[in-house]
Write a protein that binds this ligand. Structure first.
Ligand code: KG4
Ligand code: ZN
Length: 305
């Protein structure tokens, strides 16, 4: 409900900021830069953040930086560990399933993306079919750990396609048909756990097949960074880790606590960009989902660190 989401942002952002300053024991003039999620996302919520961030930057006489939410997810994996560019970025969230060649802090080359549902979205829709609460990714993950991944066979969609794009809507339909077929069969033991495990395995195999292809096509990339809400999925982490070992690549997943949307990742990428002399002027706009984010950062004249 975009309207409700943006109203709630508006209601809490002021008191949240006061609380933050109080907890950090800082005053507004100690702020050097203000980083704000600029997009992609729900426009109403982004506008609240952008307006608040611009005002704070003005009051603090600090620089202002609008952050690409998707890039920030990936950089969250490098908060405690140094990752050298270029790396293969695998972003799996509720709205996106993107493979990137990350060349530097500002240059993320999109290699492939989903043509329909995102990974997290597929988990959520399958969860609804199974009667689980939204968002269902975490619960399916837990159920899957108690089930047998080979119990049922689901398709590994879009693997015949030569490119690096994904498609998950066929898998979703296959799970819906499977649930219909078994609905009246109360004798099937561990139906829920086995369905979750088999579905999770189909998602994992599909993602691994495309990563495998990307690593072969971009053999110079030495590190794989995994991030986004669905990156906390245990089966996915384990399978992608094993794949990296087979390729002799370094596996760098975002810490579990920083996989789902969070402000730390926005601040961290903002900090890295500011240290390298980048900022926006106050004309920078919020970018809704589906629109490309312009490359309109300005050099603040600070020598790169
Ligand atoms: O990155 P995120 O917090 O929000 C977006 O930017 O989209 O991702 C949220 C998504 C939801 O669809 C949720 O079901 C999924 O991440 N998710 C998971 C798990 N934890 C969260 N999916 C699979 N396994 C999980 N453990
Ligand atoms: Zn996100």
């Amino acid at each position: 409900m975009p309207e409700i989401a943006s109203r709630q942002h508006y209601q809490v952002i002021g008191s949240l900021f006061s609380l933050l300053m109080e907890r950090c024991k800082k005053n507004i003039h100690e702020i050097d830069a203000v980083a704000v999620a600029r997009g992609p996302g729900l426009l109403g919520s982004l506008l609240v953040g952008m307006a608040f961030g611009k005002m704070t930057a003005l009051l603090a006489e600090a620089s202002f930086i609008g952050i690409n939410h998707l890039h920030a997810h990936l950089l969250a994996a490098t908060i405690n560990v140094r990752a050298d560019f270029p790396f293969l970025g695998v972003l799996i969230s509720g709205g996106h399933t993107n493979l990137y060649r990350a060349n530097d802090l500002k240059n993320f080359e999109l290699l492939g993306q989903t043509i329909d549902d995102a990974v997290g979205e597929t988990f959520d829709k399958v969860g609804t079919m199974l009667g689980l609460a939204y968002p269902a990714g975490r619960e399916i993950d837990c159920m899957a750990c108690a089930g047998e991944p080979g119990a049922f066979h689901f398709p590994r969609p879009y693997l015949g396609n030569a490119g690096l794009n994904f498609s998950f809507s066929g898998l979703k339909t296959a799970v819906a048909t499977h649930i219909r077929n078994f609905r009246d069969d109360s004798t099937e033991p561990d139906f829920l756990q086995n369905t979750c495990a088999s579905f999770n395995k189909a998602v994992s195999d599909t993602i691994c097949a495309k990563i495998d292809q990307a690593l072969r096509e971009h053999a110079d990339l030495k590190t794989l960074v995994l991030a986004g809400g669905a990156a906390s999925n245990r089966m996915l982490r384990k399978d992608i880790h094993a794949l990296c070992e087979r390729h002799g690549k370094r596996f760098l997943p975002a810490p579990m606590s920083l996989c789902t949307d969070n402000a730390v990742m926005i601040a961290y990428l903002g900090c890295q960009l500011a240290k390298n002399g980048w900022k926006h002027d106050l004309h920078a706009e919020a970018i809704p989902r589906g629109k490309p984010i312009p490359d309109d950062m300005l050099s603040a004249g600070v020598p790169p660190q």
